[in-house]
Design a protein around this ligand. Structure first.
Ligand code: NAP
Length: 250
């Protein structure tokens, strides 16, 4: 892992933040991406290894390509891309859901992830090596009520991951996805537009995964031998059976 270059999108919070910390502890150099520059600076100040900060919105196609196609020489040979940036916006049935929320999820979780991937592919293909890990979700395996468009975005991530693995098979590039269940991060607060009480109820009595739990499994996916690819991994809290059945402590 020492001196490998790892790109983490959505590094300013939650799973991305924890993933950057875990990889840094193992000697990797980090390209940290997100919109909130001050958060990325705070993370960089805590890391043990060098980092490069890139501030862009994954929905902004031009900004994504400008940032990732013009990496400084020292940073251009990316070994691993962790496509983590994404969020849920709103929790509503289709009939009453906001179109702005739909756009944010489809443009960010799906198109944004695709732009970032496409921007970094030429270098990986040239090097005949690389590893791309996409953050899907249990919501990309099963649909739950009031989550149709978030689930659609994560089903799309799953399909894109499978297609990418087929297309890159001949190029020696690994492609995989990790699909977590409930993880305690800023995720629900963003989904409920800052309503902390509503967000806390999501995690009540369930012993949700921590961002660190997910980060440790992502590290495992990267550390397996080069002839092994963890292609598709679902990671749930023990108390969660699927996307909508959980055994909550009362
Ligand atoms: P989080 O704490 O809210 O973090 C989301 C990260 O994504 C932030 O760093 C945010 O950075 C970045 N991001 C969001 N929209 C962006 C955009 N348009 N452009 C650039 N960066 C953007 O949530 P998290 O739980 O760590 O989520 C990380 C990933 O895991 C997401 O893809 C999520 O769908 C997936 N996931 C989460 C859970 C869960 O229960 N938490 C479960 C399964 C899957 P800025 O705001 O600074 O841009």
């Amino acid at each position: 892992m020492k001196d490998k270059i790892i790109v983490v999108t959505g590094a300013s919070s939650g799973i991305g933040w924890a993933t950057a910390e875990v990889f840094s502890q193992h000697g990797a150099k980090l390209i940290l991406c997100g919109r909130r520059k001050e958060k990325l600076e705070l993370l960089a100040s805590k890391l043990k290894t060098k980092s490069l900060l890139l501030t862009y919105d994954v929905r902004d196609r031009r900004a994504v390509f400008e940032a990732l196609e013009n990496l400084p020489k020292e940073w251009e040979n990316v070994d691993v891309l962790i496509n983590n940036a994404g969020n849920a916006h709103g929790f509503d049935p289709v009939q009453t859901a906001s179109l702005e929320d739909w756009d944010a999820m489809i443009d960010g979780n799906v198109k944004g992830l695709m732009y970032v991937t496409k921007a970094l592919l030429p270098q990986m293909i040239k090097a005949k090596k690389g590893h791309i890990i996409n953050l899907g979700s249990i919501a990309g395996k099963e649909v739950y009520p009031n989550g149709s468009v978030y689930c659609s975005s994560k089903f799309a991530v799953d399909a894109f991951t499978q297609g990418l693995r087929l297309d890159l098979n001949k190029d020696g590039i690994k492609v995989g996805a990790i699909h977590p269940g409930l993880v305690k991060t800023e995720f629900s607060k963003v989904r409920f537009k800052g309503d902390g009480d509503r967000a806390n109820k999501v995690y009540a009595g369930i012993e949700a995964l921590s961002a660190q739990d997910v980060a440790n499994v992502i590290l495992y996916m990267v550390q397996v031998p080069s002839c092994v690819n963890v292609a598709d991994l679902v990671l749930l809290p023990t108390r969660q059976a699927n996307a909508y059945v959980s055994n909550r402590k009362s």
